[in-house]
Design a protein. Structure first.
Length: 174
C-alpha cells in the first residue's frame, strides 16, 4: 500500500510553522485588498423583476418661464408614496383644495417613503396600471390625469421597472 507524501515545503510539522503560514496569509490579505476581495463571498443583489421607481420633487413659488429665467426642476423631498390600483377621481373623495381625503372601499397596495434625494422604489408589483400618490398634510396628492381621468397613472410591464417623477406643485405658480 502506497502512502501519499507531500513535498517538503508543504509539510507543517510544528505549531510554529502553522502560525507562520497563518501570519503570511493575513499579511497577504491586509497588504493587497484586491487579493482579499477574490476570496470574500460576493453579495448578490436581489433580482428586480418589475415595479415602479422614481423621484418626488416639490416646486414652490414662481415657476413662470421667462427669457432670462431658468425654470427650477424642483427640490427632492421626503414623502410617503402610496400605490393604489389605478384610480379615477370618481372613485375618490376630495376636499376643496383638490387633495384626496378618502378612497372608499379601495386599499393601497404598497406604501413606501422617498429618501432625502426624493428617490423611491416599489418592486414586485404585478403587471398592470397603478395610481402613484404622495401624502401631504391636507391629503393624498396627484396632479396628473389622463383622458380617462385616471390619477397619476403608471403602467407596470412584465420584467420592467417603470421610471417616473412625481411633481408636488400645489404651492407653485405657473
Amino acid at each position: 500500500m502506497a502512502i501519499a507524501t507531500c513535498p517538503k515545503y508543504f509539510r507543517l510539522t510544528s505549531t510554529k510553522s502553522m502560525l507562520n503560514l497563518l501570519w503570511l496569509t493575513l499579511a497577504l490579505f491586509a497588504a493587497n485588498p484586491s487579493f482579499a476581495q477574490k476570496f470574500r463571498p460576493t453579495k448578490r443583489k436581489p433580482t428586480v423583476n418589475q415595479g415602479i421607481c422614481g423621484t418626488v420633487l416639490e416646486k414652490t413659488g414662481n415657476n413662470m418661464p421667462g427669457p432670462d429665467k431658468i425654470v427650477p426642476k424642483g427640490q427632492p423631498v421626503v414623502r410617503e408614496v402610496v400605490i393604489y390600483p389605478v384610480l379615477t377621481m370618481d372613485q375618490t373623495t376630495a376636499n376643496d383644495d383638490g387633495f384626496i381625503t378618502d378612497v372608499p372601499g379601495i386599499k393601497p397596495i404598497k406604501t413606501v417613503k422617498s429618501d432625502k434625494l426624493g428617490k423611491f422604489c416599489v418592486y414586485n408589483l404585478p403587471a398592470g396600471r397603478y395610481s402613484v400618490l404622495v401624502r401631504e398634510p391636507k391629503g393624498l396628492y396627484g396632479n396628473s390625469f389622463d383622458a380617462a381621468n385616471r390619477v397619476n397613472a403608471e403602467t407596470v410591464t412584465t420584467g420592467k421597472v417603470t421610471k417616473m417623477t412625481i411633481e408636488i406643485t400645489h404651492q407653485a405658480a405657473f
